[in-house]
Ligand binder design. Structure first.
Ligand code: PMP
Length: 437
């Protein structure tokens, strides 16, 4: 305890205040679905470091592959030559990425890969403008801050940002200004109409290089994009030669029960961005696209010192193997059914004020609300998600809120056991009863 307090006070003094923390403690070690703090406390982790450690912390096969790679070559600069783990990873991902996408480039972070996708779209089309979704999160670099529209805090005081970004509503009732019980067709028709207005009022299709969308919006509230909306976007992009980019940084690689969330809709992008779960905690992201688009970039225009790091790629290859060997997607399906069933049961208790349970696989959200769109109706619930998250941490469960609305997200490890999941749900329910009821 004393050591933890000392370390925290050192950190508070010397680490930039711009970094937020849920728990004022120090993570000492982590294994599977548990994190151990220096204070001795052990927490069940339903955050997976924001959708990263999908196979649990320090999965032995992934850590072993990384350790072995460390003894062979750590830094094989990708602009000097290919390296083996890079090519092995392409080979492992080719069968699971959307059909027709066959040309890869690996980066370090999600934001870098998103920026890369924008560079490609602009280079291919010779156009400048990008359409992003209201509520989107694509990163905190200068380019991605302009695309990120989930919370102003991410770019407050940082303007001017990358120019040429236009915003259209994501089909989430809050964003589109509908009551919660709006039917999907009305919502999607409205959002496609708004997009058509963006084209006639803000950026002409012939000036628009790309539309970028998260197939399940993450930091904007964990809302899957309806199939009909993605189909609408695909149609518009085909009509006007606009590049359709799917950002699967948070929802990709098994998180929703499919390798990539776009599989739920069957709509294929021209370029897809991925990161996070792909390497279970080693920094790695990537862009995969149609060959004729990707190859428009001139040699030398893509690259980065650490891009596609050999240790991260080796870890990612091991992740791909574990996904199959340990039948991870089948565990996601089983645990997802248990999670939805427990949350729906809670939703049936009106005192808990759960207005929505949504998501896919193990990317699931609970929204608190009165279900009413009347002004002020939600006021009484303001701040409950943050309170629930804090209180859960006190009681041994790491769980995060998301968006500017009252939403709690469930992103446990994809190989979480039935017992661990039940243990987390129990803590969550106790806390909701305490905070909301
Ligand atoms: N896109 C999405 C959908 C994300 O969720 C995130 C991270 N939360 C990013 C991009 C940015 O990734 P990174 O933090 O690795 O830059």
């Amino acid at each position: 305890q004393a050591k933890a307090a000392e370390l925290v006070s050192f950190g508070q003094k010397h680490v930039a205040k711009g970094l937020n923390r849920l728990v004022d403690d120090v993570i000492q070690s982590a294994e599977g679905s548990y994190v151990t703090l220096t204070s001795g406390k052990r927490l069940l982790d339903f955050t997976t470091g924001i959708g990263v450690t999908n196979l649990g912390h320090c999965h032995p096969k992934v850590s072993k592959a990384a350790a072995e790679q460390c003894m062979k070559v750590v830094h094989a600069q990708c602009s000097l030559a290919f390296h083996e783990p890079y090519l092995e990873l392409v080979d492992a991902l080719l069968p699971v990425v959307p059909k027709g996408l066959d040309t890869f480039f690996f980066w370090n972070s999600g934001a870098e890969a998103v920026e890369q996708s924008i560079k490609i779209a602009r280079a291919v089309t010779g156009r400048q403008n990008i359409i992003a979704m209201q509520g989107a999160y694509h990163g905190r670099t200068y380019g991605t801050m302009a695309l990120t529209r989930s919370k102003t805090i991410y770019s407050e005081g940082s303007a001017p940002l990358m120019p040429g970004v236009f915003v259209t509503p994501f089909p989430y009732w809050h964003q589109a200004g509908f009551p919660q019980n709006v039917d999907e067709k009305t919502l999607v028709d409205h959002c496609l109409h708004q997009l058509s207005l963006v084209f006639s009022q803000q950026t002409a299709p012939k000036d628009t290089a790309a539309i970028i969308i998260e197939t399940v919006i993450g930091e904007g509230g964990y809302v899957p994009a309806p199939k009909s909306y993605l189909e609408g976007l695909r149609k518009v992009c085909d009509e006007h030669g606009i590049v359709l980019i799917f950002d699967e940084v948070q929802c990709g690689f098994g998180r929703t029960g499919k390798y990539f969330a776009q599989e739920w809709s069957g709509v294929q992008p021209d370029v897809m961005v991925f990161a996070k779960g792909i390497a279970n905690g080693f920094p790695l992201s990537g862009v995969v696209g149609k060959k004729h688009l990707m190859d428009k970039m001139k040699p030398g225009s893509m690259g980065g010192t650490y891009a596609g790091n050999a240790v991260s790629c080796a870890a990612a290859v091991a992740c791909s193997k574990v996904m199959k060997e340990e039948n991870i997607l089948s565990n996601v399906e089983q645990r997802s059914a248990e999670l939805f069933s427990a949350l729906h049961k809670m939703q049936r208790d009106p005192s808990l004020r759960i207005s929505d349970v949504r998501g896919a696989g193990l990317m699931v959200a609970v929204e608190f609300g009165t279900g009413s769109h009347a002004p002020g109706a939600e006021k009484a619930l303001k701040g409950v998600a943050a309170k629930i998250s804090k209180r859960c941490a006190d009681k041994g469960l790491l769980i995060l809120s998301t968006s500017v609305f009252e939403v709690i997200r469930f992103i446990p490890a994809l190989n979480i056991s039935q017992k661990e999941l039940a243990e987390g749900i129990k803590i969550f329910e106790e806390v909701v009863r305490e905070v909301v009821a």
